[in-house]
Unconditional design. Structure first.
Length: 107
């Protein structure tokens, strides 16, 4: 029986390769920057393995994108997730968060 890869793995691998190629970089360039073996990075792009979570911010920073982008999380999905979580909170907590957001927007 063939095991199917999770969607996130495929999306991550695809985006990693696309962004590297769009910037005219070699796998070895990225691997050198992250201080990892080129084969390790290659495995990430091919969806064979995933990087440790500690590499995600470094990859996003290096390529000038967000970790959400690398993971295939759209802005709409992120907003929907936050909205669902907010509705799970007590009303007083929801109001406190709304006040905090309003204060942050004033700055």
């Amino acid at each position: 029986m063939t095991r199917q890869k999770p969607k996130a793995t495929g999306t991550f691998a695809k985006r990693l390769k696309e962004i590297r190629e769009s910037q005219g970089l070699l796998q070895a360039d990225v691997a050198r920057e992250l201080e990892i073996a080129t084969t390790t990075y290659s495995n990430w792009e091919q969806g064979r393995t995933l990087p440790a979570l500690t590499y995600l911010p470094a990859l996003a920073n290096y390529f000038g994108v967000t970790t959400d982008y690398l993971l295939g999380i759209s802005k709409d999905e992120a907003i929907a997730r936050v909205t669902r979580r907010m509705k799970e909170l007590p009303i007083s907590s929801q109001e406190a968060i709304e006040c905090l957001i309003e204060e942050m927007l004033k700055k």
